[in-house]
Design a binder for this molecule. Structure first.
Ligand code: DC
Length: 235
């Protein structure tokens, strides 16, 4: 029987890293839905379509082929047959993806694809609207969060590791701006599903968050198995 874990939360909450680690440890297929919005954005750039050309975007969506393949240890994204794993992280895509992810026909198609990819599989999927919209009946729903200041510090560290010089104040302002945009958006606003478990990662290490989430998943798996076998007795 398929088992679905939904991880939602704001940028910088650690969703990507945690989803990867937990997925590996628990043998769940990891699906990064942000990368799917990035693929659409790249294709819009490739085809030089402007964001108000809805008909052209709809046509692009009806033809697009996004595949997720394991290459060695890496989850690689293929867009119409080309490995775009690196390209979708470049600045040109970064600066446009949020706008693209707010276009209703793009969201509709991505949600359809996400449901198709997950069909009959055990998956862990991270994004903004997985527990609220894509899989409202997910077996486990987690909302990962951290203070804006902590998320800015994490982003600073990531940039340092990549050799990018950045200002803490600018990063923090950008995070606060994006939070506000994401939470007040009229299309798929970022919010915690009513039945999601809130995990504040501000003062936790990656290992601590991973452990906590694995515990939650194991608990839900036990509950599901007991319900299926009708065994509510002693363990
Ligand atoms: O997590 P990320 O930075 O790769 O996400 C890229 C963009 O896509 C970001 O602007 C948020 C958006 N997104 C979304 O709207 N819904 C999702 N399920 C995943 C990402």
């Amino acid at each position: 029987m398929a088992f679905i874990v939904a991880i939602d939360g704001p940028a910088g909450s650690g969703k990507g890293t945690i989803t990867k680690t937990v997925g590996k440890k628990m043998n769940l297929i990891n699906i990064d839905t942000g990368a799917m919005y990035r693929c659409v954005t790249l294709q819009i750039i490739n085809e030089k379509i402007s964001l108000d050309e809805t008909e052209k975007i709809e046509k692009l969506l009806s033809e697009i082929n996004i595949e997720l393949k394991k290459i060695g240890d890496e989850d690689a994204f293929f867009l119409n047959g080309e490995n775009v794993t690196r390209k979708i992280r470049e600045q040109e895509v970064n600066s446009m993806v949020s706008q693209v992810s707010h276009i209703p026909c793009v969201r509709e198609r991505m949600v359809e694809l996400q449901r198709k990819i997950a069909k009959d599989k055990d998956i862990i999927m991270e994004g903004r609207d997985i527990g609220t919209n894509v899989f409202p009946n997910a077996d486990v729903k987690i909302y990962l969060d951290a203070s804006a200041e902590e998320r800015a510090k994490r982003r600073m560290k990531q940039n340092e590791e990549k050799g990018i010089v950045s200002s803490y104040d600018e990063i923090l302002a950008n995070i606060l701006f994006r939070d506000n945009n994401d939470k007040t958006s009229s299309v798929a606003p970022l919010k915690q599903a009513e039945d999601a478990i809130y995990v504040d990662t501000t003062s936790l290490t990656i290992e601590e968050v991973t452990e906590k989430i694995i515990e939650i998943i194991l608990g839900k798996k036990r509950e599901k198995a007991e319900k299926t076998t009708g065994n509510y007795g002693e363990r």
